[in-house]
Design a protein around this ligand. Structure first.
Ligand SMILES: [Zn+2]
Length: 293
């Protein structure tokens, strides 16, 4: 055995070994400092988890008609992708079950995003077997830290360093810059180490247990795609387990005015860089037009 989990996809590699400590409240804390990834176990209590599930279905009752669809609820500020700004007329009050843990979120303690808390919340229900295609969240419009709280059931998240394929997709003509890279509704073919004939980096799966909080910064936020494979069962510690309904709260902070932009180390999947490339091409076209007149 070379560290491979029986039944795991052969091209998946185990996640790098994390730095493991405990939080001040005694919960397991796993960190992958090189890529800016943190996983805090038992971030919420089972009682809080139950309250969240009840509150979610008070708004979106489960019925058999949409039992197989992902359900989303949005709270806080709404970002208007046509004006590139906050639509102040659309603010949905943030439910108390989110407000209750907001002060416990680990926020930056230094740097330009010091103390910054999320102000946009997407709560989602994934029926058993549902997934989300691998994608990179838009860089320029949101603060660096992305938070994802899992509850109801655990699920493995797939991470992979983005490559040529994602860069090419982001530069397709007519593509909306705001759409997450790869999230075109079409599952990315991940067999072997090639996608559409283009070599990709190996992927690794990280189990996100129920009640855990994932925080993505740095490379894991800007350079890696993350997604969830649609499948009915997962292999956890060598045992096949059925996937139950899983809920998540994705939390972001919206950038305003001059904050919008990005100078990350991953220009291939950076929407700010793509916009600069388009503007440079447009300037060149205008110069050429003037010269031929
Ligand atoms: Zn960027």
């Amino acid at each position: 055995m070379n560290g491979q989990v029986p039944g795991a996809q052969p091209h998946l590699i185990p996640p790098p070994v994390p730095v493991t400590t405990t939080t001040s409240s005694g919960n397991l804390l796993q960190e992958w400092p090189k890529i800016g990834l943190t996983l805090i176990h038992e971030f919420i209590s089972p009682a809080e988890e139950q309250e969240m599930i009840t509150a979610f279905h008070a708004i979106s009752p489960l019925n058999s008609a949409d039992a197989k669809k992902r359900i989303s609820q949005h709270f806080g500020h709404h970002f208007d992708y046509t004006t590139f700004g906050i639509d102040e007329s659309k603010h949905s009050p943030v439910p108390s079950y989110i407000m209750n843990f907001l002060d416990r979120l680990p926020v930056d303690t230094e740097g330009k995003e010091r103390g910054r808390k999320p102000d946009q919340f997407t709560v989602q229900y994934y029926p058993p077997g549902a997934g989300i295609p691998p994608h990179v969240d838009t860089h320029s419009m949101f603060g660096e830290a992305l938070y994802s709280l899992s509850f109801g059931s655990g699920v493995p998240m797939i991470f992979r360093m983005s490559g040529e394929n994602e860069a090419r997709k982001l530069r397709l003509p007519k593509r909306s810059l705001q759409e997450p890279v790869g999230a075109d509704g079409k599952p990315v073919e991940e067999k072997g180490n090639k996608v559409d004939g283009v070599a990709v980096h190996p992927a690794w799966e990280l189990m996100l247990p129920a009640r855990s909080l994932l925080v993505m910064r740095g490379a894991s936020r800007y350079g890696y795609t993350h997604g969830i494979r649609p499948r009915k069962t997962d292999v956890v510690d060598g045992t096949t387990v059925r996937r139950d309904g899983r809920y998540s709260i994705t939390m972001r902070s919206i950038r305003r005015g001059k904050e919008i932009g990005c100078d990350c180390l991953f220009p291939g999947v950076c929407d700010a860089r793509v916009r600069q490339e388009q503007e440079a091409r447009e300037r060149l076209r205008q110069c050429e037009r003037v010269e031929t007149q």
